[in-house]
Ligand binder design. Sequence first.
Ligand code: NAD
Length: 364
Amino acid sequence: MKIAILPGDGIGTEIVAEAVKVLQCLDLKFEMEHALVGGAAYDAHGHPLPDSTLSLAKAADAVLFGAVGDWKYDKLVRPLRPEQAILGLRKHLGLFANLRPAICYEQLMHASSLKPELVAGLDILIIRELTGDIYFGQPRGRRTAVDGHFPGAEEAFDTMRYSKPEIERIAHVAFQAARKRGRKVTSVDKANVLETFQFWKDVVTEVHAQYPDVELEHMYVDNAAMQLVKAPKKFDVVVTGNMFGDILSDEAAMLTGSIGMLPSASLDKANKGLYEPSHGSAPDIAGKGIANPLATILSAAMMLRYTLNQPEAADRIESAVRSVLAAGYRTGDIWSEGTTKVGTREMGDAVVAALITTKTITKS
Ligand code: NAD
């Protein structure tokens, strides 16, 4: 099992080191190879996704990714900005489905900005289409307006588009995932305003005919944003386009208490995947040793489950994380009165210790 390890920038290096530590204490053999990506790769090679990094990612069975970006790169031309590395990896690896579970751990119920009774037991899966929509649509750019409200003024424009096969394949991912969960899919669109999303709605409805055992509801994105904070537990699987999914998955993240807790998987059609925490490189806390590594550790667990076919190892990591939370260990982002504040490395050590304990219990 070959894993490409791409820590990236900011807290990326700190949190990925903890996930690697956790993987290394399993009874499994991995070949792990590190490479630079994002701003770190730009500094060393002049490009956020050098050919050597892309080749490694292509050759590996799975990619464990930290995060990229820093304000200091904001003045670079867009193709050289660190965030382009993620877009490039998604595109070149054909990663079209982004799975982001939003689970509210019992112990962290009070860290949510919502009332505990609204989030206790929350378990939503947000499925975001990753390679289409306005983020990739051409043409895009700046020009002088020839019409609109201010002809002759400078303007910028992007193109929102989805093809039928792109919508069909993400709809299949959503319906199949729902079959393993609560058998309900909410397809989020903006069909009342956007042609692209009327088409989205029509195609999802068509695909649904193959899944009569799964309930399908359609919801406008503005309502979905509202329902996520009003009654989040009524969702099971949410499927939506690239831009709406980007926004709603961060909103769902906050329901759980901290973005530092949420893993994600981006899969291709053969379930090869890139695994990364849902958060960014957090330049505001980088280098301080206080970042929460659990989202990255849980991403490694998802990697074991979805790509490397090691569900038992994935279960072990997830239950180690639960027992660490139950023991009261908290990084600053999830800390509350009466719990023990720990740093990034101590949190990683606690998960490793919990894994070793469960191994000992299993053997004895
Ligand atoms: P961010 O997710 O990096 O940070 C948002 C807030 O959450 C910050 O206050 C940060 O300190 C906190 N936070 C994030 N992860 C945390 C963790 N593990 N533990 C504790 N606190 C955590 O988002 P941002 O500030 O909007 O963006 C920062 C940089 O990250 C930008 O350059 C952005 O482009 C980039 N970014 C990268 C990715 C990615 O690599 N996939 C995703 C989003 C943003």
